[in-house]
Design a protein around this ligand. Sequence first.
Ligand code: SAM
Length: 255
Amino acid sequence: MAQREPLRTYSGKQLVSFLRKGDFAHAGEEEAIDLAFSNFEHRPKQTILDVGCGLGGTADYIQKHYLGQVTGLDIEKKTILYAQKKYPACVFHCCDVLNAAQVITQTFDIICLFNSFYAFSEPLLALRTLNKLIKVKGKIIVFDYSDPCLKEITPLFRAGDKNTSPFMPIPLRSIDSLLAQSGWQPLKKIDLSLQYIQWYTQLIDRLLENENEIMRLFSQSLFQKALETYSSIKKSLIAGVLGGILLCAEKRVIA
Ligand SMILES: C[S@@+](CC[C@H](N)C(=O)[O-])C[C@H]1O[C@@H](n2cnc3c(N)ncnc32)[C@H](O)[C@@H]1O
């Protein structure tokens, strides 16, 4: 497995949680979850799979506010151990999204991904695997960075190698074809680029306001890494070479 960048390690995730004031590692925190789920009808017994669930705050929030039974999965073991302990009302599995259909035997009404899709090295295979875990008429919600494809590739693009994990924003030019090839019918695409700029501005402000506390609780290098990462994301968002998107699709019914 590729070595994780500092912010994607367990202590990096703890710093992100500290800044985001909850066990979230996605832009917009609760506001983003509400935005995503406001697009769906909520039923008390719906089953939801949160893929790349991180520390479990999103799964917990969804379970409490949207009445479903939430299962989370993440590739990182320490993260899942934390989530299992802190949020026992949800179920968590440690596995790669590509192995999810072997590890999880049930199917779901909704599958959601909050800023995890960009980190998958095999996006098409991930979508195909998740298609096996969805009920007929079930929906997938992908909240993530987008690549408007104005340049050949966004400057932040990274395919990932043995030392780095991927940063692959959703390519707006080819996402429909990716969905079609993996058994999904697109329903909605909502551009969140302006909201992403606002969310990253707030995040950088919070980072700078808490500099001393972060140095004490974490380290100078983690502070610097966070500042560098968030600043370059914000710069790309403002330049329009990176965006944000909420994508909803339904399992395609094959006649
Ligand atoms: C930016 S974090 C988002 C976490 C969570 N969705 C949230 O909003 O708090 C991305 C997460 O995706 C997980 N991840 C990356 N690659 C994965 C893979 N191949 N399979 C499962 N999880 C993966 C990482 O371990 C990380 O916890």
